[in-house]
Design a protein around this ligand. Structure first.
Ligand code: PEP
Ligand code: MN
Length: 360
């Protein structure tokens, strides 16, 4: 697949002067719930109404969606509000039902994108469709797998495409439900600048208090849109209760978010530099996270040294580390002088940590 303007035709056709907003509940629960949320969203910047009909649950026993019945409710929501609709499809049968019920945009969920077999089945069921298909990132941080899914659709002559960044699973517990790994999405954006990139802050956050900040970062990185889970009674939602926000909150967020829409040469420079600066912020954040992780491991080593009564400073080991890092640095065009400075500072901080532990 090459980067082509046609990829974003469906989005340009909306003629929006702000990023695309897709909003609606995690799951369609009842007809009344679907209609009530859709009507409330009509008062916001929302263009597309989302609702999950078939819910992929990590563990069995949770609410698994209302099934095809919900598609009728979405059709009714569209008739009454004029909002477009979108839902997740996870196999050819879902595609068939969604198309029969005139769903406008289909999305492929994170647990489906990981499986080339299933993605291929869906691509074949969608062959030549004019509908828009959005591909969520796979649960694991694998850019090739994500792109592969988009390419399978493209090869099946599906040309209205986009991707949704919903974060990546980690074994370690972090502040996020799914780690954003912004760099991965930014890499994809650099390779395919015309493939619409949409942020799903809800599934990254897993909680509502950091959704606004995630949206702002995405807009600063020039994302094309947001998909935000929205419910009039989030706490009592049948799925993903902790991360949903009300339509009123969504309205407030879209009013408060900074959107760069100035044009002209000066604005173009500002846009580009802001995007690059946000990329730097993302990397700096990762640097601090990594340094914190390194220091924790150094602390564990300190405790071990104390237990076995071993000296904190192990000169041989340290020289080995330095040698390796200088070589690796060379590959990345980092000078020996720089590597020495950085690692001396890191090493000193580790020794300070370990000293404190040993002397406790
Ligand atoms: C969803 O959007 O409700 C959903 C299940 O998303 P994901 O595939 O990103 O987990
Ligand atoms: Mn959800």
């Amino acid at each position: 697949m090459e980067n082509k303007k046609e990829l974003r035709g469906w989005l340009d056709n909306f003629g929006l002067d702000h990023p695309l907003v897709i909003a609606g509940p995690c799951s369609a629960e009842t007809e009344a719930q679907v209609l009530k949320i859709a009507h409330a969203l009509k008062q916001t910047d929302t263009t597309v109404f989302r609702a999950g009909i078939w819910k992929p649950r990590t563990r069995p026993g949770n609410f698994e969606g209302v099934g095809a019945l919900g598609l009728k409710w979405m059709q009714k929501a569209k008739e009454e509000t004029g909002l477009l609709t979108t839902t997740e499809v996870a196999n050819a049968h879902h595609v068939d039902l969604a198309l029969k019920h005139d769903v406008d945009i289909l999305w492929i969920g994170a647990r489906t994108t990981v499986s080339p077999f299933v993605v291929q089945e869906i691509a074949e069921a969608l062959k030549g469709t004019q509908k828009t298909v959005l591909v969520k990132n796979p649960v694991n941080p694998d850019l090739a797998l994500w792109l592969g899914a988009v390419e399978r659709l493209y090869a099946a002559n599906v040309k209205n495409l986009g991707v949704i960044h919903r974060g990546f699973s980690t074994y370690e517990k972090t502040r996020y439900r799914n780690n954003p790994e912004w760099q991965l999405a930014v890499d994809l954006q650099n390779r395919f600048p015309d493939l619409p990139l949409i942020l799903d802050p809800s599934h990254i956050a897993g909680r509502r208090d950091i959704i606004f900040d995630l949206c702002q970062t995405a807009l600063d990185l020039n994302y094309d849109g947001l998909m935000i889970e929205t419910h009039y009674d989030p706490d009592n939602a049948w799925s993903d209760a902790a991360q949903q926000i009300t339509p009123q909150t969504l309205k407030k967020y879209t009013e408060d978010l900074r959107i760069r829409k100035e044009i002209g040469e000066a604005a173009e420079f500002k846009n580009k530099i802001n995007t690059l600066r946000t990329q730097i912020d993302v990397v700096d954040h990762q640097l601090i996270e990594m340094l914190g992780k390194r220091m924790q491991i150094a602390g564990d080593i300190g405790r071990l040294k104390k237990q076995y009564n071993v000296a904190v400073l192990q000169a041989k080991r340290w020289n080995e580390i330095l040698g390796k890092m200088i070589l690796q640095g060379e590959e990345k065009k980092l000078s020996e002088e720089f590597i020495l400075k950085v690692f001396k500072a890191i090493h000193q901080e580790s020794i300070n940590h370990q000293d404190k532990i040993v002397k406790r």
